[in-house]
Design a protein around this ligand. Structure first.
Ligand code: ADP
Ligand code: MG
Length: 439
């Protein structure tokens, strides 16, 4: 009688595992880059083509010994851990020893390496799981891994890939995350042979974040919290986006998706953002290794905290403390040229401003809550009033038109300018009301 239950062949096992580890080209690229970082590289070059189905990563890391090259492709073969105890003290990205085994079962892979201190580089190829012998090659340093025809032996998997541009978008996000976390690495990225990103190495996290996230309106802060170390780079509350994708979270140097930490970020910005607005924010949390499990997901994109409330508090506390100092106010006044200064401001007595503002705040009470325990609450509240009040009592729009251009000049010249908020809003008084004008 034929057996109904049988052991799967290693080829099928590899293909199943490939589905977990490398669901999309971006995951694959992440694995290759993590290997380069684990090898101590500080120069990484990436070439992308065919919507990520063709990828090449070149690094200047320590390389692999020629006699160990075939082991790179063996499942559960790794240079990074020895015993299960090591899982709780990981200092490397890799430890499963299955990325290259999985990737090489679903692509044509070329692995070239020059072991540090040696003169001769070697190469080994693997075509859809079939290894070739090790041969001599030329390579000036480190390791180069080239993947081509990804998934072409599994048409069903190919069908699940999105359009080339959608896959490339995902790849760009992975690259940005890696570059954010590794400012001390030179990154050069080419798409179809054309330079896409070039991030020069820097020891300033803020500088790297400004380059990668493409905005100068960022500020940084660092805090130790009960054994946890938190680093944040964050935007001012006016530099916002409509999606949460620009909140970049890292735990133990790993880019993660984590609802708890995301909630901590949003809570820190609470009362400063309108519904549907998200900040641009980088958060890196380092915990004692035995307080977080990074081995709960095949792509290592999620972590499990022993005490998630503590993780929440650490991030919230650090970010809130930084936000309450409103560092953007200082930068703007130091840097007047970049923000149009207001002309001819007629200063009104302080007493009047506060009295009037308090009344406005009172009218608005049901629409917004004041920022809790802000260092500079009146400024913060006014910022919020400015943002939320445009449809409310603080905003005056001359009847009959929504367009500033069609407002008669006489109307504007009848206003008495009281002052300016956050170098963004002009506070003015009309006959019977207070106005905030967005410059
Ligand atoms: P893991 O990273 O979990 O160990 P991988 O399958 O990703 O498993 O890699 C297997 C082994 O191949 C690594 O442990 C490492 O020794 C070696 N290796 C892979 N890529 C590189 C690289 N770019 N530079 C140096 N060694 C590498
Ligand atoms: Mg690896």
């Amino acid at each position: 009688m034929n057996k109904e239950i049988h052991q799967l062949s290693s080829d099928v096992v590899d293909k199943i595992a490939a589905g977990e580890v490398v669901e999309r080209p971006a995951h694959l690229l992440k694995e290759l880059i993590e290997n380069s970082l684990d090898a101590g590289a500080d120069q990484i070059e990436v070439d992308i083509d065919e919507g990520g189905k063709s990828l090449k990563v070149t690094d200047n890391g320590k390389g692999v010994r020629s006699e160990e090259l075939p082991l790179v492709f063996a499942r559960h073969a790794t240079s990074k851990i020895d015993q299960s105890d090591d899982l709780w003290n990981l200092s490397t990205f890799g430890f499963r020893g299955e990325a290259i085994a999985s990737i090489s079962s679903v692509s044509r892979l070329k692995f070239l390496s020059l072991r540090q201190g040696e003169n001769q580089a070697y190469r080994i190829d693997c075509e859809f799981g079939k290894l070739s012998p090790v041969t001599e090659t030329s390579l000036s340093q480190g390791t180069q891994v080239q993947v081509e025809e990804l998934f072409s032996n599994i048409p069903a998997r190919l069908k699940f890939l999105k359009s080339d541009s959608a896959e490339v978008t995902q790849i760009k996000n992975v690259l940005k995350a890696m570059a954010l976390q590794y400012p001390m690495v030179d990154w050069k990225v080419r798409l179809k042979g054309k330079l896409l990103f070039f991030w020069k190495k820097t020891d300033s996290l803020l500088e790297r974040a400004q380059a990668v996230l493409e905005t100068k309106n960022l500020f940084s802060h660092q805090k130790d919290f009960d054994g946890y170390k938190v680093n944040v780079v964050f935007s001012d509350p006016a530099t916002v986006v409509k999606v949460s994708r620009q909140i970049w979270l890292f735990v133990q140097n790993r880019w993660v998706q984590d609802k708890t930490l995301q909630a901590a970020v949003m809570e820190a910005y609470r009362s400063l953002l309108m519904h549907g607005q998200y900040p641009i924010c980088y958060v890196s949390l380092q915990c004692p290794p035995d307080e977080v499990d990074v081995n709960i997901h095949p792509t290592k994109s999620q972590v499990k905290f022993m005490d998630s409330k503590k993780a929440f508090r650490a991030v919230h506390y650090c970010l809130r403390e930084a936000i309450e100092q409103a560092p953007w106010l200082g930068r703007k006044s130091k840097n007047q040229d970049t923000f149009a200064p207001i002309q001819e401001v007629t200063a009104a007595p302080l007493e009047f401003q506060q009295k009037d503002f308090q009344r406005t705040q009172f009218q608005q009470k049901r629409r917004w809550e004041p920022a809790p325990s802000a260092t500079n609450p009146s400024m913060m509240d006014l910022r919020r009033a400015a943002q939320e009040g445009f449809e409310g009592a603080v905003v005056d729009r001359p009847t009959g038109s929504d367009h500033a251009s069609s407002v008669p000049e006489a109307y504007w010249s009848s206003l008495q300018v009281i002052g300016q908020v956050d170098l963004t809003y002009i506070v003015a008084q009309a006959k019977d009301r207070l106005l905030l004008v967005d410059q």
